[in-house]
Every structure is written in structure tokens, then in C-alpha cells.
Design a protein around this ligand. Structure first.
Ligand code: IMP
Ligand code: MG
Length: 181
């Protein structure tokens, strides 16, 4: 792993190696293949952050499965409920399907917490969440996380699809903010 990376005056240091990521993703793919064999599950990956995790996981998956990608947009609601999260690009009917959401990281849980009811409304046969990184410490909204590759402390991370101000997604490993150490 290369050493420090600087992005917009912030220093990032190596945190999780490419090999560790690959191994965890393979283990998760094996587990999912076991749990969903014969169920033809539908994976829904949430862009942008999860594109690399989704690709790495999906190519290791040895069962029949579909994958679709959505973007979540947050709007200021007209009602007092505040922000409304809407899916852009959910073009597959999820009724009676076994759905697995793929997310890069869960932090406060706000995004998924506000979005999940829309999916439950369509009555999937089952709905589970798989994440590359789980940061439980800053959690403010309850989200059921069923599959986790890495549980990490409350540090800002980037790489393997995760960004800092749009950059750093192409880094093969996961780095963490140095001043957070
Ligand atoms: P939540 O709604 O607070 O759970 O935030 C989830 C989203 O925030 C993730 O999908 C990421 O896009 C972003 N995010 C949270 N923590 C980090 C981080 O440490 N690095 C990069 N992006 C993050
Ligand atoms: Mg994300």
C-alpha cells in the first residue's frame, strides 16, 4: 500500500488494504450465494459510492442474480417532514423479489432510514442490507444492517468507491483521515 495521500490539503493514511477488501468481499459473496441460492435475488446498488463494492461483489457471486443501480436524491419536502429521499432509476419491479441493498457505508443511517419505507411499500419478498463499511458510532437513525464487510470506528474514510468532495473514488485501498487518528 502506498503511504500518505493528500486531497485538498487533507492527509489520508492507509487503513484497509486491497487484499483485505478482496477477501472480505469473497467471503460475503459465498455467504450470499448460500443464503440466496435458488431465490434469484435482486441487488440494488446505491450510487455513487457503492459502484466498486457492487462490481467486486457481483462478479464473485456464483448464483443466478440480478443487479440494478439507483441514485438517491434528497429534496426539501413541502411538509414539515423535511427531507424526502427519492430513488432515481429504480426501473425494476421489486414486488415479491428478494432484494439486497448494496451501500458503501452507513454513517448516521439517515439516507437509508428515509428511503427504506418506499421499498417496503412495494412488498418485496424480503429486504436486506449489505454494506462494505459500517460506522455504528455516529448512528442516529435505526437501520437494519444484515451483512457487513468491515465495522469501523468513527473516522472519515475514502477509496474503493468512497470519495472526499468527489475525489478519491479510484483508490484501490481504503484510507482514513489522518487528523482523525
Ligand atoms: P448516512 O445517511 O449518514 O448513513 O450517510 C451515508 C452516506 O454518507 C454514504 O452513503 C456515503 O456516501 C457518505 N459517507 C458517510 N461516511 C463517509 C466517509 O467516511 N467517507 C466517505 N463518504 C461517507
Ligand atoms: Mg453512498
Amino acid at each position: 500500500m502506498s503511504s500518505t495521500i493528500t486531497l485538498q490539503d487533507k492527509e489520508f493514511v492507509p487503513f484497509i488494504s486491497e487484499q483485505e477488501i478482496t477477501e472480505k468481499i469473497k467471503t460475503l459473496a459465498t455467504q450470499l450465494a448460500k443464503d440466496y441460492d435458488g431465490k434469484k435475488p435482486l441487488f440494488i446498488a446505491i450510487l455513487n459510492g457503492s459502484f466498486m463494492f457492487a462490481a467486486a461483489l457481483f462478479k464473485e457471486l456464483a448464483i443466478e442474480a440480478e443487479i440494478s443501480f439507483i441514485k438517491l436524491a434528497s429534496y426539501k419536502g413541502t411538509k414539515s417532514t423535511g427531507h424526502v429521499i427519492t430513488a432515481i432509476g429504480l426501473d425494476t419491479d421489486i414486488t415479491d423479489r428478494h432484494v439486497i441493498i448494496l451501500e458503501d457505508i452507513i454513517d448516521t443511517g439517515k439516507t437509508l432510514h428515509s428511503f427504506l419505507p418506499q421499498l417496503y411499500n412495494q412488498h418485496p419478498a424480503s429486504l436486506k442490507i449489505a454494506v462494505l463499511l459500517d460506522k455504528p458510532e455516529p448512528r442516529k437513525f435505526d437501520v437494519p444492517v444484515h451483512y457487513v464487510c468491515f465495522t469501523i470506528p468513527n473516522k472519515f474514510v475514502l477509496g474503493f468507491g468512497l470519495d472526499f468532495d468527489g475525489f478519491g473514488r479510484n483508490i484501490k485501498e481504503i484510507y482514513k483521515l489522518k487528523e482523525d487518528e
